[in-house]
Design a protein around this ligand. Structure first.
Ligand code: FES
Length: 331
């Protein structure tokens, strides 16, 4: 049974499954909800029950006095609704209203993913961090005041780090400055989150992910989120690049081995003698697998022209506009 929880003062609605705490449901549905210990001790997740009743996993462990409980105070990391609830909790933010902010981050070079792609990790410099949802992007500012948009490559994590895959060539002024910033241990500014290409599990349709080049980064974040929320809808990733070496990550192959519901088709945009896989336009390759797209939802990322041509083609073959998700459609 699912209970409905209304959260004030924001007037948000949350759906909590049987045996689930209010906090777990909020995080699963990508709310920002204050918490820390997650074991009914620190009080960070505390609020007031205005209507309804809760029970606790382990009532003995709950650090509340009798008086506090009588006043309706509850610790929502451990409180499970016994009925529909109206609660008051400060600091809750509902998706997708995550505010865009600029914050300092410490940036760390992780590794070369290929001759052109760097993996960077960013950690918040202060106590605050950017709240984002899988599929969103940020602007990274270098010390010369230049900025560049990058998809966040990881789904939100408990240590609040941000992973970026950054394309770098020797003559790229932005990334040259960035690498100098990293070497000098500079703190950089991140601005975000931006974008509305978010994982939509409520659209119960098989998922096609279309990635062109570094557009893979956004698909990685969305796929990680799908795993975090235990999505089992079939997902088929098509990733197109120019040269074989441009497949800079082996993760899709690993996911394919690990998850039955995940399928991967690598595509080269041109034929090569040493390549036996699919080649050509990505939408033509997808079309060979799916003659009709009317039951699918599609996430697409990569060069704007490619994304638009792909979605247009799919739309001509049944894809409904409301199930197309791509930042390129917002440009
Ligand atoms: S998060 Fe610490 S008491 Fe709930």
């Amino acid at each position: 049974m699912t209970n409905v929880v209304h959260i004030k003062p924001g007037n948000f609605t949350l759906y909590v499954d049987e045996g689930e705490s209010v906090l777990d449901a909020a995080l699963r549905q990508e709310f920002i909800f204050p918490y820390s210990c997650q074991s009914a001790v620190c009080g960070t997740c505390g609020g007031t029950i205005l209507q309804g009743q809760v029970e606790y996993y382990d009532p003995e462990a709950v650090e509340l006095t009798e008086e506090e409980e009588e006043e309706g105070i509850a610790l929502f990391c451990s409180a499970m609704p016994k009925s529909d609830l109206i609660i008051q909790v400060d600091g809750v933010i509902a998706p997708p209203n995550l505010p865009t902010v600029s914050l300092p981050y410490h940036i760390k070079y992780q590794q070369d993913l290929s001759s052109k792609m760097l993996q960077l990790m960013l950690y918040p410099e202060g106590n605050d961090h950017i709240h984002y949802r899988a599929g969103q992007y940020i602007y990274l500012h270098n010390s010369k005041g230049q900025k560049q948009a990058y998809s966040v490559t990881n789904a939100p994590s408990s240590d609040c780090h941000i992973e970026l895959h950054v394309r770098h060539t020797q003559d790229n002024e932005f990334t040259n400055t960035l690498l100098a910033d990293i070497a000098a241990n500079e703190v950089v500014t991140i601005e975000g989150p931006c974008g509305l290409t978010l994982f939509r599990p409520k659209a119960k349709r098989p998922i096609l992910m279309i990635a062109g080049g570094s557009g893979f980064t956004q698909m990685k974040s969305l796929f990680e989120q799908s795993i975090n929320i235990h999505n089992e809808l079939p997902i088929h990733l098509f990733w197109v690049v120019r040269e074989k070496d441009d497949f800079y990550s082996e993760l899709p192959e690993l996911w394919q081995q690990q998850y039955e519901h995940f399928q991967f088709t690598p595509v080269l945009s041109r034929e090569h003698d040493s390549w036996e896989g699919a080649s050509g336009r990505i939408y033509e390759v997808a079309h060979q697998h799916y003659p009709d797209f009317s039951n699918h939802q599609v996430y697409a990322s990569g060069p704007g022209e490619m994304v638009k041509a792909t979605l247009e083609h799919m739309q001509q073959h049944g894809l409904h506009q409301q199930f197309m998700y791509a930042d390129a459609l917002e440009e």
